[in-house]
Design a protein around this ligand. Structure first.
Ligand code: SF4
Ligand code: FE
Length: 481
């Protein structure tokens, strides 16, 4: 089974990991990590499912071999569309962030940008990158795309910070390579990755040239420190039967990664000091990841809609017109996100390297919708579910000889429907709207791939407002000078 091989490959990595103040030698055995590893493992499990072959496999543009799409470089608009469809499928299968897209998006953004760097400046970055990519494809490896720096005082540029390490930077270089120091925040799937790919978090100017750095490093480099992020209600995952987690099988994961004077050999460096290229690398990565949300968040949205519709049945309200209206509203919002994901993919264009980039305007519109619509879908799901979503006793109480029968009596919905199923579904909604998975479905929808203001900036830049003004002037009979 490819997913078993994946999990055992992670177990071989010796990393410095902290969880709740304690060093952890075997994170894949830790209950706060296990469900997140299981979510990434679905991207391997799909390889054994013939009905999903077209989505999970692609042919490498390097050597034509059949590879997992998460390691693929998109060479057509159809590739971009298949990526979004795959993400929706995995969102539906896991009900959380399955974490593998950031690495795929980093690979694609780097492929385009290193090509330009080598073409324009003669640096060997594209050769370095392709060599690394080949290895990732051969190993079917998981890459973590690490972009977000801690950023300290947001009004200051990287080189102006009181502490120069608040943006990841090059501290020294020699003939063999570079040494980097700093940190990356919110690293999705960090402990489920084989490689960490670091990129700058913003456009850089000349004074910030030491911060214009991109590279790949093995996840078990001894100078990396991983600190696992908390999620709401995460301790429920540590309870033996996990009955109160809501999603019994899958979860997401974010870490703070500290790069403590990490040595990177030149062959793994993809950008080092060429500050002019930093902004376009960031914009491309963000564009791809904003497209990604058009897939994954709609898959999770499908589950929340399904859960709300099921609860309406348990409550005997499935024929009520206001409930039907709310469900239609949820579907409308969810499919609007998907439309944006498909639209920015189908309007993708080839770049100089031949790799297809999404339509950046539409990808940013996609993500700006994602900063709002999942919150409204969650609100409507809670509306349909009722207040019990936040006051439900433990499902373990159902097993108690005295109170179990009382709970089943008083939480019965429509006669004949199983009370336990109703309560499990309520837990599922709680997990997605208030619990551990809300980190992936809500907060990540707001801030992941850049906070809303970042999308507004790109939309303003890409929207050709002058062109719109000219069109309006023409029809209004106003002559341009
Ligand atoms: Fe993939 Fe979505 Fe998670 Fe990003 S948030 S890694 S796109 S599942
Ligand atoms: Fe994300």
């Amino acid at each position: 089974m490819p997913e078993n091989k994946y999990i055992s490959s992670l177990k071989k990595l010796k990393r410095k990991v902290y969880i709740r103040g304690t060093p952890v030698d075997a994170p894949q055995e830790h209950p706060l990590v296990q469900l997140s590893t299981a979510a990434v493992a679905r991207s391997y499990a799909l390889q054994g499912q013939p009905e999903h072959e077209q989505l999970i496999y692609a042919n490498s543009h390097l050597d034509g071999r059949r590879i997992n799409r998460f390691t693929h470089i998109h060479r057509s608009a159809e590739d971009l569309i298949n990526k979004v469809k795959l993400q929706r499928l995995l969102g539906q299968q896991t009900g959380t962030c399955f974490q593998r897209c950031v690495g795929m998006d980093a690979l694609n953004a780097l492929e385009i940008t290193t090509f330009e760097l080598e073409r324009d400046l003669g640096t060997p970055y594209h050769r370095n990158f392709n060599h690394f990519l080949q290895q990732v494809q051969e190993e079917n490896a998981v890459c973590d795309g690490a972009m977000t720096d801690p950023k300290g005082d947001r009004s200051k540029r990287p080189h102006e910070q009181a502490d120069p390490d608040l943006y990841l930077r090059v501290v020294s270089r020699n003939r063999e390579g570079i040494v980097v120091n700093g940190a990356k925040c919110h690293q999705t799937g960090a402990l489920n990755s084989h490689y960490i790919i670091a990129m700058p978090t913003t456009a850089m100017r000349e004074e910030d040239r030491d911060y214009a750095v991109a590279f790949a490093v093995e996840a078990d480099n001894p100078q990396l420190i991983y600190i696992l992020g908390r999620q709401p209600s995460d301790l429920r995952k540590m309870e033996p039967d996990r009955a109160d987690t809501g999603n019994m099988y899958f979860g997401g994961q974010e870490c703070l990664i500290i790069f403590d004077h990490v040595f990177i050999p030149w062959e793994r460096v993809f950008l080092c000091g060429e500050y002019d290229y930093s902004g376009r690398l960031v914009e491309r990565f963000a564009g791809y990841h904003r497209q990604s949300y058009g897939g994954c968040k709609t898959g999770v949205g499908d589950l929340l809609i399904g859960a709300a519709a099921s609860l309406a049945e348990y409550h005997g309200l499935d024929r009520a017109s206001h409930i039907k209206d709310k469900l239609v509203e949820m579907i409308h919002l969810n499919e609007t996100i998907f439309c944006c994901g498909i639209a920015c993919s189908s309007r993708g264009n080839p770049t100089a390297s031949g790799t297809y980039l999404v339509d950046l305007l539409l990808a940013n519109v996609c993500k700006l919708n994602v900063t709002r619509f999942p919150y409204e879908i969650a609100r409507l799901a809670e509306d349909i579910a009722g207040g019990l979503v936040a006051t439900l006793p433990s499902l373990k109480d159902l097993e108690h000889p005295e109170i179990g029968p009382l709970l089943k009596k008083y939480f019965q919905g429509v006669a004949g429907m199983e009370t336990t199923c109703r309560l499990r579904m309520l837990r599922f909604v709680e997990n997605l709207t208030l619990g551990a998975a809300a980190a992936a479905y809500l907060t990540e929808s707001l801030h992941g791939a850049g906070s809303p203001q970042a999308q507004r900036v790109v939309i303003a830049r890409q929207a050709d407002l002058e062109g719109k003004k000219r069109m309006a002037r023409k029809l209004a009979g106003i002559k341009d000078d």
